[in-house]
Design a protein. Sequence first.
Length: 191
Amino acid sequence: MSEPAQDHLTESEQAALLRIARETISDHLKRGGAGVAKADGQRLAEHRGAFVSLHKRGQLRGCIGTFVGRQPLVTTIQEMAVSASTRDPRFPPLSEAELGEVDLEISVLTPLRPIDDPQEIEVGRHGIYITRDFQSGVLLPQVATEYGWDRETFLEHTCMKAGLPRDAWRDPESKIEVFEAQVFGEKTNSD
């Protein structure tokens, strides 16, 4: 089921979130903290999950997010921006000098939805969250598109990200959930 168009953020709301994310990272790197941004508009105050990704020269430099919206979207974006820039275990913390070299991308998510049949996954539309026992892995919808993956390859890489065997998605004990994302970034907004 696709997300209703009225739930999509406008270009001005997207620009506001990107500005808030960048300012939050900057404040955190300079002063070790950031002020709380005001949610201008109803959609920025909604409780929604989101991911913030940082790219440096086209390469991933940090990405952290949450599926569950427990607070206003604007607050979630601030928290994920700080986490992506300083707490992604795959990368060293971003330095203040690097901030001008990174582009930000935000993915605002729909709620997770379990699926019974992997054939339901639409590459380019759905992100995948797979869990088995205490292991889990997630890949955003744009990842499969960026790498030119088909559905099976997308599932395999999500399993590997979870630390599971490539074919764990075929195991009935594995739980597969999908979500959609409205993805926007500084590069896409300035092109």
